[in-house]
Design a protein around this ligand. Structure first.
Ligand code: FEO
Ligand code: CA
Ligand code: CA
Ligand code: CA
Length: 594
């Protein structure tokens, strides 16, 4: 049946060509005719913290800013974000932009890269992680957006900012450390990938590949790992960040409980710069991609979140108490109490939400706190469906249909790994797909659903099963419905098998990009193509839909890599920098609209 589409009006632009060698491969952002972009702020730009002497620390082009300066500047690797408008008439031209800084390229972060490794370098790396909260404003005369510097709202949260642990796991013995014997206060948030926002105006930042920051100097560590450490991918070398070499907090043998304090959705009140962020353990500990929040038919808060790793799961949290639209303060701890579920996709197109609580007989003997810490193992126990790397989840604004990107899975059907199933039909899955479901009765709190595949991504010339209705893309990741119901898709093809390389599987797809799809017909049009080696991630608009913010993450990720990846965007003849761009239309219209 057709969902109501009061404001849809179609996609108001023609899809643009892919950014490929055949098309001249530009190292820049390209948009449809009539659209333009500007860089708003990039890694290292000062964010406008009040009261600095002798003033805002400007970015140094040789990357010689200190760790202390980095904590006053934009972090690296911009990812999920959200625009929180100021109230009233200024809503379309003034707001707070919360931006995630997912990770860093330590080779680019210092003048001499990772040589002469030290605690000072580790602190700078930690300070380039986390979240930036910046005040942004449109000049009513020129139409140009810029950061308000200084602003009393400007704030950096880093890998060392104090945060509260709240919800069922707070204080559990697995969260206690020598530095925090109560197990309820942690320093920092890490690998802030995608994001979410609540109806009461708070920002949700999601901790994804936090395991990669831990390591151990102890010989034979990997062979002696516990099953919990293996399940979450902790290892002696981590992802090579080397923090544990001089920061004992990240040494796994010395501080075995520290990793239990990461892997959460963190709630931040951007309008209260003095508030302490809270890690919401009720939403489970995993490698969270984003957190998509909707309200159920009876007023409870529902949060969808995916665990982005090969063969991991899709989760849903339903709050116990109801959202109160009239009293903001009454909602501030709604995410601490409720029921967590994990999804099973049956081959017949039906699905179930399996309860992760001690009430589920399969979890008899588990405490709720333990389920919130060892969430992956609890989900294994109840028989959830192993998916092809769940990334962003987006809910259609009218029908409440839920869409989830499954970015790719190069191990599906290989070796001893699980083979294809109905919801993950390709193995290996080089190109990824988008699955969607309708909750029973259209109620986000329902415990059963029906599902189908929205699109199998990729180039049918390489994989004939690919079935995009329109412009081709690969490795869908960012996903968002605009208020009119257009589905925006952002891509992240970064593995060796799926990056844009001459003659590779993406010869006709090109660099990472952003597309707009009609959820009803599936028609998909390419809106933006990115510079070389970048990922396109994070999208938000002003309430009038006329200004769009998008993040260009890690341009030139392979700094000394193939010619299709080397980049000097956006500054030219300088090291590449992740940045937030502002997209507007020359005719002042709604982005994506007619
Ligand atoms: Fe950080 Fe799964 O993307
Ligand atoms: Ca992502
Ligand atoms: Ca990704
Ligand atoms: Ca990324």
């Amino acid at each position: 049946s057709l969902p109501p589409r009061p404001d849809f009006g179609g996609i108001g632009f023609h899809g643009i060509e892919p950014n490929t060698l055949a098309n001249g491969l530009v190292d820049d952002v390209r948009l449809p005719p009539g659209y333009r972009y500007e860089v708003l702020f990039a890694w290292g730009d000062p964010i406008g913290i009040v009261g600095l002497e002798p003033g805002q620390p400007e970015f140094k082009w040789d990357a010689s800013n200190s760790a202390e300066e980095q904590a006053l500047q934009s972090g690296a690797h911009h990812d999920g974000m959200w625009f929180f408008p100021f109230p009233g008439a200024q809503a379309h031209e003034r707001g707070l932009l919360c931006v995630n800084h997912e990770y860093v390229d330590q080779g680019l972060l210092f003048p001499d890269g990772t040589a002469n490794w030290s605690l000072e370098k580790i602190r700078k790396s930690q300070n380039a992680h986390g979240v930036s909260i910046v005040e942004v404003r449109k000049n009513p005369r020129t139409g140009k957006w810029s950061l308000t510097r200084p602003s009393p709202f400007a704030r950096r949260l880093t890998g060392n900012s104090p945060m509260k642990i709240s919800g069922p796991a707070a204080g559990h013995r697995l969260l206690r450390t020598t530095a925090d014997p109560r197990g309820d206060t942690v320093l920092g948030t890490l690998n802030n990938c995608a994001s979410g926002h609540t109806p009461w105006g708070t920002y949700l930042t999601c901790e994804e590949n936090w395991n990669g920051y831990f390591g151990s100097r102890v010989a034979g560590f990997d062979d002696a790992r516990s099953s919990d450490q293996k399940r979450y991918g902790l290892s002696a070398t981590g992802f090579g960040y080397r923090w544990h070499e001089f920061d004992e907090r990240f040494e796994l043998t010395a501080n075995p409980n520290e990793p239990h304090r990461f892997g959460y959705v963190v709630e931040i009140d951007p309008f209260n710069p003095r508030s302490t962020p809270k890690k919401r353990t009720a939403l489970g500990r995993l490698k969270h991609e984003n957190a998509e929040v909707v309200v159920s038919k009876d007023g409870r808060v529902v949060v969808y979140t995916g665990d982005d790793e090969r063969f991991e799961y899709i989760y849903k949290f339903v709050s116990k108490r109801k959202f109160d639209p009239k009293h903001r303060s009454a909602n501030m701890d709604l995410l601490d109490e409720g029921t967590l579920y994990v999804a099973r996709f049956n081959a017949d197109g039906t699905g179930e939400w399996l309860e992760l609580s001690p009430k589920n007989p399969a979890l008899a003997g588990w405490s709720l706190a333990e389920i919130c810490i060892r969430t992956r193992q609890a989900a294994d126990t109840v028989g959830a469906t192993k998916m092809d790397r769940p990334e962003w989840i987006a809910v259609h604004p009218f029908s409440k249909a839920v869409y989830c990107t499954l970015t790719n899975n190069n191990r599906r059907g290989t070796g001893n790994n699980p083979g294809p199933d109905a919801a993950n039909p390709r193995g290996p899955n080089t190109y990824g797909h988008i699955v969607r479901w309708n909750e029973a009765g259209g109620d986000p709190a329902a415990t059963t659903f029906s599902w189908d595949v929205f699109a199998l991504a990729g180039d049918p010339a390489v994989d004939p099963a690919s079935n995009i209705n329109g412009d081709l893309y690969n490795s869908p990741d960012g996903l968002w419905f605009d208020p009119a119901g257009r589905l925006w898709i952002q891509t992240d093809a970064t593995t060796e098998a799926s990056s844009y390389r001459p003659g590779g599987v993406n010869a006709n797809i090109g660099t990472n990009q952003m597309l707009c799809a009609d959820p009803l017909t599936g028609e998909t049009r390419r809106f933006l193509t990115g510079p070389r080696g970048c990922e396109v991630t994070g999208v938000t608009v002003t309430p009038d839909g006329k200004t769009m913010f998008v993040n260009i993450q890690h341009p030139g990720e392979d700094w000394v890599g193939s010619p299709t990846e080397v980049s000097d965007w956006p500054d030219r003849n300088a090291r590449p920098r992740s940045a937030t761009i502002v997209i507007t239309r020359e005719n002042g219209g709604v982005i994506g609209g007619l």
